[in-house]
Design a protein around this ligand. Structure first.
Ligand SMILES: [Fe+2]
Length: 254
């Protein structure tokens, strides 16, 4: 069984350190900076075997070069727009499988936030690393792709089993929670989860990982095709993509 450590980085990024004790493999996902990762590895006396990037934004790859210099790790990154990330050893794209930290992993291409964005799903570990595609109660801004691409990407993640633990790229949960509550005032599950979130943040604790099954019922960005939800928030479009677009644009200026 994999151990997953959460390392806070920059202002609100999460870097994930994956340790397979049995196989003695250590991997890091989205190191926006190297120093907190090196400090952690030094304490544990572990070598860094692999660096994995979900997308090319600097707050997810900024630590690559230094970590590569120190550990000569293997770098795994999305194949789309290859020139966006340097020194990549293994490119990955939609529906490819690979081992990360010695654990079977499926690659899910989720264009929208960036065109090449990929998420990593480990079925045996029941874990998803969602980068900047799916956040707790939110989703990434649509920078490079279209709204239709982002909605389609979120639908791919929504198909994963309910008992999946989601590890996302940022601690945006409180702000996402306020937006979700603004829309969805009578959602008892959202209100219950919101109390848990507030408690965690008051103690300075991360709100990740979060449960995908719960998320399907409370994240507005996963519910653009849910008629009951749409009636209650009076924000329907002619189709799910249009509705998703309305919710996303509303959040951009919330
Ligand atoms: Fe990003």
């Amino acid at each position: 069984m994999l151990k997953i450590y959460i390392i806070s980085s920059l202002s609100d990024n999460y870097v994930y350190l994956l340790r397979n004790d049995e196989k003695k493999i250590t991997s890091v996902i989205d190191p926006g900076e190297a120093d907190p990762v090196i400090e952690f590895l030094n304490k544990k006396k572990w070598h860094l075997n692999e660096i994995i990037n979900t997308h090319h934004h600097n707050d997810h790859i900024g630590g690559n070069d230094k970590l590569l210099e120190v550990y000569k790790s293997k770098l795994i990154a999305p194949s789309y727009n290859k020139n966006h990330i340097s020194n990549v050893d293994i490119y990955v794209s939609e529906n490819e499988n690979l081992d990360i930290a010695g654990v079977f992993t499926e690659v899910i291409h989720t264009p929208g936030h960036t065109l090449g964005h990929v998420c990593f799903y480990m079925p045996e570990e029941k874990s998803l690393f969602s980068g900047d595609t799916l956040f707790y109660l939110g989703c990434g801004r649509v920078f490079e792709g279209t709204m239709d691409q982002m909605w389609t990407s979120l639908l791919k993640l929504r198909c994963l089993p309910d008992d999946t633990a989601v590890y996302c790229g940022h601690e945006y949960t409180l702000s996402n929670m306020k937006f979700a509550q603004y829309f969805d005032t009578n959602n008892a599950l959202l209100n219950k989860v919101s109390l848990e979130i507030k408690n965690k943040r008051e103690k300075g604790l991360p709100t990740v990982p979060f449960n995908l099954g719960v998320e399907k019922k409370i994240n507005p960005f996963l519910r653009a095709d849910d008629d009951n939800f749409l009636k209650s928030v009076s924000l329907g479009g002619n189709n799910a993509t249009e509705t998703f677009c309305k919710i996303r644009l509303k959040k951009d200026s919330f």
